[in-house]
Design a protein around this ligand. Sequence first.
Ligand code: WT7
Length: 651
Amino acid sequence: MTDTGSPSIETMLLEERRYPPDPEFAAQANAPAEIYERGFEEFWEAEGRERVSWYEPFTELYEWEPPYAKWYLGGKLNVAYNCVDRHVEAGLGDRVAYFWEGEPVEDRRTITYADLQAEVVRFANALKSLGVGKGTPVGIYMGMVPELPVAMLACARLGAPHTVVFGGFSADSLAGRLNDMGCEVLVTQDEGWRRGQPVPLKQNADEALESSRSVRSVVVLRRTGGDVAWREGRDVWWHDVAKDDSECPPEPVDSEHLLYLLYTSGTTAKPKGIVHTSAGYLVGTASTHRYIFDLKPETDVYWCAADVGWVTGHSYIVYGPLCNAATSVLYEGTPDFPDQARWWEIVERYGVTVLYTAPTAIRAHMKWGPEHAQKHDLASLRLLGSVGEPINPEAWVWYREHVGADRTPVVDTWWQTETGMILITPLPGVTTLKPGSATRPFPGIDAAVYDDDGDEVGPGAGGYLVLRRPWPAMLRGIHNDHERYVETYWSRFDGVYFAGDGARLDEDGDFWLLGRVDDVMNVSGHRISTIEVESALVDHPTVAEAAVCGRTDAVTGQAIVAYVTLKGGQDPSVDALEELRNHVARKIGPIAKPANVVFTPELPKTRSGKIMRRLLRDVAENRPLGDTTTLADPTVVEEIKTRAEAEQGDE
Ligand code: WT7
């Protein structure tokens, strides 16, 4: 059913290690075993009242008109007030919101909730002076600097929806998103840091704005001090406009007011703008953050090592943790700068208690060896989390043993950009953990596995992961594309949400996620569509045709393989190959760069002209070829195989 295969069904069957909760941890856990007994409505009703402060309380829990849900109807709130001001009002102004650690080793800042409030107010006033108000779309294209959450919160304070574009995306990707949302203001910075090198964010933004008509103003944060081009009348410095400390009252908005769009890849070339609204999203992220990470806001130092540019950062660096008045670490750089012990140095410096990261990062640390972690005191850690792709049991166990001293629970959390919040996960004081399994649905979540016919399967069987009831942080659609929303998530099975993932239930009914069942790759925990990379390739003047698939990679989960047919008169060469890889990086971003490019005179097609990706995946994985009888020209795939093997030999 799925080709990504990690963990495979065999691993699931063979994996017998069990880690019951430590009684000491269980005794102090936020989530007791009884939490699973609470009914759907009872649970979300109580969470709605307890996690969030309302200007006007909600009068109706939810409304479900498939495929659209609304939550906490009748309520009025402000997300930034909930994340910042109310904590200061409650006397927590001196609590640290973020320990910020820049990539250059000596760059550090401690930002209390009072500091955060002052910065958010100043930046909200700045946005206001640029004409931003309730409903004005704002684009944000930054690195991992404290001003990134500040910009998001300033938007939320004004009721202005934002779209954050990951700083590793290209000018083209940025332009596509700014145009789709119709952003009027863009917030960016001169440059970012990545592995000691500056990333030209302002320069990319300038290039993007050549094709983005809607953006009137650009606010530029000075981060590196590098030179940037300047357009008078459009560009302003953050430090010049964010000076006004005068009161800027949070704008009360309806529960369903648009909080943000976040673009994610699907099975077509155009990324989809996933719609998230205010109240349900905030309740869902705060609730899951509190129970799954067992957050004790007075004592924990929580670190989610994702980038704010992805949904993990939105939900579990910014909105969920701040709503819970947590103290977090925010780190600008990569795990191996200046050396491979950087993360562990950070854990020791701040006394990190809860660490949340992705399997690809864990596998990179495995490769570098446990000696880097051993150089530092990691005794503060009490809980570890994983997200982004299926975690192979070896990585899970390594994480627990070498980072968690074989003592901490490891929670493998399944969710998506669309779900907004974690949906399938252990609860650390309750669940018996199994390496490789995300275990069970969070309280108040109705997940199931369906077979091809749409029948629910029982323990011991596999199929497709579905969600049968709405949940507070669920997407409210795809921006400006009702058809695609219905088609992508609601047409596979009647009346239920289809996630696009395969899953199996073991004999205990625990969920084992098996990867995507569609043409979507997962590279380092990031979703990249095969078609998006193919479009970028055929956009190059020398390319006639391209087909892209993922192959298993020991560190990144999957790596991208591109099969390319050049136009007549073009010769395959190492230069041509590098040029195409760089072209994809320019069009989409470095994360979409193919690991391999195989030049081939033809692609394997059916007689009706459909590219047979299954065969290309077999070639990429060095597997025996499946059924080739439907091919128009069966010799093509043998030819590709020979070329692919030759290319691997060259590496
Ligand atoms: C896809 C969603 C949600 C934040 C990161 C990715 C895969 C995610 C797990 C997990 C197995 C996982 C799924 C999902 N995925 N977490 N714990 N076990 N697979 O967000 O880019 O929206 O990707 O990531 O395939 O559909 P995203």
